[in-house]
Design a protein around this ligand. Sequence first.
Ligand code: ZN
Length: 192
Amino acid sequence: MTARTHDIAALTALGAVVLFEPLRIMTLSTALAALLANQIGGIAPDIDQPTAPLWRNLPAGKYFGKIVDKSMGGHRFLTHSIIGVALFGFLLHLLLVFIQPLMPHINIGLVWWAFIIGMSSHLVMDSFTKEGVPWLLPIPGRSGFPPNKSWRITTGGPIESFVIFPGLLLVDVWLVVSHYSHLLVLVHNYIR
Ligand SMILES: [Zn+2]
């Protein structure tokens, strides 16, 4: 899937978890950091392709992108597996614990979960594409949904642009409308 679809899918997944789970008190900086972590998680697996937005926007990013692509085993390999999510989760945990003293008001546990939700949503979304995802690495082979490859969609194709992307937007609108009072309670009473 394209980066913009992954962005909105990550946000949708985070929104669903926040609204369906019991609310938690958090600082505004935690909420903002969690949103950012969620969006980064949503596109993180695609750092294994040299054309990823991250590499395009960095000076000499093209070259770094190629190095990361090779070290991750090529596109849709390690970063698109459960073991890859666990590895990124472990590294992010180390990073957050390291920088926690610089940002004492941030609940790093919630930020970590927001990233994992974003990254997991990426694997789920890519599972709907023809290429599939190597969920069970090191067990070889890619799988997807539906299991029959020819029924899956093409990345960047019309189904993604005109059905999946607007569909996710509609889900977001539905989440906000159907949980509006819950959302108000979150904003007024739980974010401080
Ligand atoms: Zn991907």
